[in-house]
Write a protein that binds this ligand. Structure first.
Ligand code: GAP
Length: 446
């Protein structure tokens, strides 16, 4: 039977599984780690890459109206003045005079003080300073001189790289509105209180798409993209009862947004934002046009007048989506008195899609299994495992999120059929190599 998943120690179990199986490690661990920074291990790197590819494929390869981009992380510093980030991209910060810790003033109920037993700063009795604004952008210096004239910002969102390339992409691709530009890349924010494993970190990746539309059609496309993004998560097999929409109230709206909805997920630490969908109006292009004097207006033979396109933005976090898959997919099942962990990852993104096992290390089974493995490896992320009891090998793959296990046994040597075990139903079917490839392809794409 499935254990109740929403327990308080679920995050600890996930962090420990990630370390044990090589999904995520604390960064610089042999030096004692660096607060809230994480490294992706062999399985994590693969899962992350699959996830980004799955998004990229949905956004670009499967559509004719979206182009890809890979802009630099360091941009002209003026970009961040123009975008409003230098003036507005800040969180309110307070210091506790008792424990000296700093907290986000707007999230005091969620914060925990460093003194033990750890309490919310609202309960610990420490006097808090007046809130002041803390800008979240990291700064560095460009070139060998470290003075104000050489400050550059490390991008806090990938979106601006898209806006400043709007003309370049439009002219080189000859796209007509409505069209989009998609980008996946790192972003950095000097968060006051990062935490909850890879949920809120100072270095993270975003998958952002900016869709340029005629101003009269902004609401239509906003609704279209809300629907598309919802369905994308659904296609990853996430439990949609744990997803919901949150509409931003006026006081919550970012400085650039007319309307915004978050897709939220119910994590073990509560409902939190997974992706933001914003109607950014003509805010960004107008500001960049004003600052640079470049004409960023759009025209084609369908319109009598030039206009500044409105932008509908879909902005998802890679690390946060990966955490969602881990939390959503984590399951504990008791089998014959033993607690077993299953990571129910979608076959579309699982780091190992199929594992091949010879039942025993003799009678020609390893040779047959290896031959099958080499064939599967050409099409799928495959893994070959010959060591240990078959039950243990299945268990290792269940924990790694591998959806299919192929076992070569005594019968294989007689009729060339192998068992195909489905991680989630535990059902086993027998089939030959030819059927196997077709079966796996169908299962992975369905
Ligand atoms: N361009 C719009 C933008 O950046 P955002 O709501 O600030 O909007 C979009 O961020 C997404 O990026 C979030 O929904 C989240 O998934 C991810 N994200 C933002 N800050 C993050 C952080 N500190 N750590 C991990 N992911 C983060």
């Amino acid at each position: 039977m499935s254990a109740k998943k929403n327990n308080n120690d679920l995050m600890d179990k996930i962090v420990s599984l990630c370390k044990r199986r090589g999904f995520v490690y604390p960064s610089s661990e042999i030096y004692g780690g660096l607060g809230s920074t994480w490294d992706y291990g062999p399985l994590g790197a693969e899962l992350k890459r699959n996830l980004k590819n799955y998004w990229w494929d949905a956004m670009t390869n499967r559509r004719d109206d979206i182009e890809g981009l890979d802009a630099a992380i360091l941009m002209h510093p003026q970009v961040w003045h123009t975008s409003g980030h230098v003036a507005e991209f800040a969180d309110p910060l307070v210091d506790c005079k008792k424990c000296k810790a700093r907290f986000r003033a707007d999230k005091l109920a969620e914060e925990r003080c460093p003194l033990k037993p750890s309490k919310s700063p609202l309960e610990c009795g420490g006097e808090l300073t007046e809130a002041r604004q803390f800008n979240l952008m990291f700064k560095t210096f460009m070139g060998p001189v470290e003075d104000d004239a050489h400050v550059v910002f490390v991008r806090p969102e990938t979106a601006q790289g898209i806006y400043v390339n709007f003309l370049n992409v439009k002219n080189s691709s000859r796209q007509k509105v409505p069209f989009g530009i998609a980008q996946v890349g790192k972003a950095f924010r000097n968060e006051i209180t990062p935490g909850n494993f890879i949920f809120r970190t100072r270095e993270f990746e975003q998958m952002e798409m900016q869709y340029f539309v005629h101003p009269s059609e902004d609401e239509k496309w906003f609704e279209y993209w809300r629907q598309e993004r919802w369905e994308w998560y659904q296609s990853l097999g996430i439990n949609m009862n744990k997803m919901r929409w949150h509409e931003h109230g006026q006081e919550e709206l970012a400085h650039y947004a007319k309307t915004a909805y978050d897709i939220e997920y119910e994590y073990p630490f509560g409902w939190q934002e997974l992706e933001g969908i914003h109607n950014r109006t003509d805010f960004d292009l107008s500001r960049h046009m004003e600052a640079t004097g470049k004409d960023l207006r759009y025209s084609d033979d369908r319109y009598t007048e030039k206009f500044i396109p409105f932008i509908i933005e879909t902005s998802a976090g890679v690390d946060r989506t990966l955490l969602t898959l881990l939390v959503d997919g984590y399951d504990e099942v008791e089998i014959k008195g033993e607690k077993r962990v299953f990571l129910r990852l979608s076959p579309r993104v699982a780091p190992i899609q199929v594992a091949v096992f010879p039942l025993v290390k003799k009678d020609g089974m390893p040779e047959f299994a290896e031959k099958v493995y080499l064939q599967l490896k050409k099409r799928f992320k495959a893994f070959y495992d010959v060591s240990g009891a078959i039950g243990r090998r299945y268990a290792r793959m269940d924990e790694a999120g591998c959806p299919f296990g192929i076992t070569v046994d005594g019968q294989t040597l007689e009729d060339e059929t192998m068992t195909v075990r489905d991680r989630d139903t535990m059902e086993q079917k027998r089939m030959k190599e030819g059927e196997l490839i077709e079966y796996l392809q169908r299962q992975i794409n369905s």
